[in-house]
Design a protein. Structure first.
Length: 511
C-alpha cells in the first residue's frame, strides 16, 4: 500500500481484495468489538446521554446555519490574541500556505499531532516534495508512517496491524527515521510503547516547528482544542517555536459553554473514557510560554459545497469519534483502506463523496458501501442520520441533479453504469402509483413463484452473488386481508377505493 490515496479503485474492487485477508479481518474484528463494548458501558453511565446527543446536534446545526458569522468572530479573536489566520479554499492552497510558513522559519523538519485534515489534503507528501520531513508523533500514526502504510481507522489508524507486525516494523524502520528500536525488541505493548517514546523524544526536543489540527475552535475567544490520550499532542503544541494548525471550517463552536457538551460526548464515544487524559487548549501566543508564533489555516476543501446540500450537510456535524466504524459490519469486514480516503467507514461513505464531489468511480461507489442497517446512526454522538444521507447520495449517483461544486451551482450528470437501476426504480415508482397494476403484478408473481430463480442473471448477478432472492409469498398481503378481514363479497379491501394515505374515517373526523 503506497502512502497516498490517489488512484485507489472503487470500493467493490478494493473490498473484494481486503475481505480475503484473514489476518486483517481477525485484527479488525477483535479491535472493533473491544472498543464498541467499552463504549457501550461508558455511555450507559450517563442518564442524560440522549439529551447530550440532541444538544450536540443542535449546537452543530446552529453553528452551520451561521458559519460565516462564527468564522469571522473566530478570526478576529485569534488575531487579537496574537495569531495569524490564513484561509485555504482547497487542499492545494492549504499545502502551499503551510509549506511557505515552514520555509520562512528556515527549518526542514516538523513534528505533527494526529490530524485528519492534514491527511485529507496530503500535507506530508506536499512537505516532502518541498524537502521538508514531517514526523508523526501519535503512536498509531507513527506505526503507519514507518510502515509506509495508510491509516485505516479514524481513532486507531493502525487498527489493521497486530503486535507482531508492529514489532517487525519498528525493528526494520525506526533506524531510518531516527533512533533505532532497542535490541531484542519484543511485541509486548509496554516494550513497543517504550521504543516509540525513546524514538520520539529526540524529535520533540529538537523540532522548532509543530503542525496540528484541532478537535474544536471556540469562536468567542479564538481558542483551539486538541483532545488526545498519549501526551504527544501536548509536546507538539508547547515545545516548538512555531505552531501551525490546519483545521476544517466546520470545527468551530460558538462558546466555551457549547464546548462542554462535546467534551462529554467525544471521549465516551471514541476511547470509552469519561474524559480524555490530555485536553490541550491554546489561544494565540503568550510571551515566555509556548510557541512564539501561531498560524491558523482554515480549510474549506469542499465543506462549503457540502453545506449547500440541505440533506448532506449533517455530515459536517461529525466530531471524528469513529463510533460508527466500530459498529459497521461492512467496515469490520472490508477494513479502512477499501474506502480510498482518510475518512473510512460509514462517515467516510458520506463525507468523502461530498468533499470531493461525485467525481469518479471511487466517490460514486462509496454511498453503496453500506447495508443501511442503521447501527451507525444509533451510536453517533451528534445524531448524524448516515443512512438517510447514503440514500440521498445514491439518488444523486443514479439520477444526477442540481448541486454545488467550487461554490458554483452545477447540474450533476448521472453516473455511468446505472441505467438498469434507473429504469427499474422508475418502473417501480410507476407501479406503486397505479394500485391496480401493482395488485395484478403481485398476484402474477405469487402464481409463478415456483419458476423464480435464486440468483439474478446479467447485471443483477453481483447483487445476488452473496444473498438469496427473497421468496415470494403464495398470497399477497392485500389478498390475505380481503380473505381474512374482508367484508361481504364485492366490498373493497383495505386501501382500495380510497385516495392514497386517506384515513378510513371521514375526511373531517377527528383521529
Amino acid at each position: 500500500m503506497s502512502g497516498t490515496y490517489l488512484g485507489m479503485p472503487a470500493f467493490p474492487r478494493a473490498a473484494a481484495v481486503s475481505t480475503r485477508d484473514g489476518q486483517l479481518r481477525a485484527n479488525l474484528t477483535h479491535a472493533t468489538h473491544t472498543i464498541r463494548d467499552k463504549r457501550a458501558r461508558a455511555v450507559a453511565e450517563l442518564d442524560d446521554w440522549a439529551q447530550l446527543r440532541a444538544a450536540g446536534a443542535a449546537v452543530k446545526d446552529r453553528t452551520l446555519r451561521h458559519l460565516d458569522r462564527y468564522l469571522e468572530q473566530l478570526e478576529a479573536a485569534v488575531v487579537a490574541a496574537g495569531g495569524r489566520v490564513h484561509w485555504a479554499a482547497d487542499a492545494a492552497e492549504a499545502n502551499r500556505i503551510v509549506t511557505e510558513l515552514v520555509r520562512e522559519t528556515g527549518e526542514r523538519e516538523v513534528v505533527k499531532v494526529k490530524s485528519m485534515a492534514t491527511q485529507e489534503i496530503g500535507l506530508n507528501e506536499a512537505l516532502e516534495r518541498a524537502g521538508i520531513r514531517a514526523y508523526e508523533t501519535d503512536l498509531a500514526e507513527l506505526i503507519v508512517q514507518l510502515g509506509e502504510d495508510l491509516p485505516s481507522h479514524i481513532l486507531v489508524p493502525a487498527i489493521h496491524r497486530n503486535r507482531a507486525e508492529i514489532r517487525d516494523i519498528f525493528r526494520r524502520e525506526m533506524g531510518r527515521w531516527g533512533r533505532p528500536a532497542p535490541e531484542g525488541l519484543s511485541d509486548a505493548p509496554a516494550a513497543l510503547a517504550e521504543a516509540a517514546r525513546l524514538h520520539l523524544r529526540e524529535k520533540f526536543l529538537t523540532a522548532k516547528v509543530g503542525i496540528s489540527g484541532a478537535n474544536f475552535m471556540v469562536a468567542e475567544t479564538g481558542t483551539l482544542v486538541v483532545v488526545e490520550s498519549e501526551g504527544n499532542g501536548r509536546m507538539c503544541l508547547t515545545l516548538p517555536e512555531t505552531l501551525i494548525s490546519v483545521v476544517g471550517i466546520e470545527k468551530v463552536v460558538p462558546t466555551w459553554r457549547d464546548l462542554e457538551i462535546f467534551l462529554q460526548l467525544l471521549p465516551r464515544s471514541s476511547t470509552a473514557e469519561r474524559m480524555n487524559p490530555y485536553t490541550s487548549t491554546w489561544t494565540g501566543t503568550v510571551d515566555g510560554d509556548g510557541p512564539r508564533t501561531f498560524h491558523l489555516v482554515l480549510l474549506d476543501n469542499g465543506r462549503t459545497d457540502t453545506l449547500a446540500d440541505t440533506v448532506g450537510r449533517q455530515a459536517l456535524r461529525c466530531i471524528r469519534c469513529s463510533a460508527c466504524l466500530n459498529v459497521c459490519p461492512v467496515y469490520e469486514r472490508a477494513g479502512g483502506h477499501a474506502y480510498g480516503s482518510p475518512y473510512p467507514g460509514p462517515i467516510g461513505a458520506i463525507l468523502t463523496p461530498q468533499l470531493r464531489g461525485l467525481s469518479g468511480p471511487l466517490e460514486e461507489s462509496l454511498p453503496y458501501a453500506s447495508s443501511l442497517c442503521g447501527a451507525c446512526y444509533e451510536v453517533c454522538p451528534v445524531a448524524i442520520d448516515i443512512p438517510e444521507v447514503l440514500v440521498h447520495l445514491r439518488e444523486r449517483v443514479v439520477e444526477g441533479g442540481p448541486g454545488v461544486r467550487g461554490g458554483a451551482r452545477v447540474v450533476l450528470k448521472p453516473a455511468k453504469g446505472h441505467a438498469a437501476e434507473r429504469a427499474a426504480m422508475r418502473a417501480a415508482a410507476w407501479a406503486f402509483d397505479h394500485p391496480g397494476v401493482l395488485r395484478r403484478g403481485m398476484r402474477l408473481a405469487a402464481r409463478t413463484r415456483g419458476l423464480h430463480p435464486r440468483r439474478l442473471p446479467g447485471p443483477g448477478r453481483a447483487w445476488s452473488q452473496a444473498r438469496d432472492l427473497p421468496v415470494v409469498p403464495a398470497e399477497s398481503f392485500r389478498d390475505w386481508w380481503r380473505r381474512t378481514r374482508g367484508g361481504p363479497a364485492g366490498q373493497p379491501s383495505y386501501g382500495e377505493g380510497r385516495g392514497e394515505g386517506q384515513s378510513s374515517r371521514g375526511e373531517g373526523e377527528a383521529k
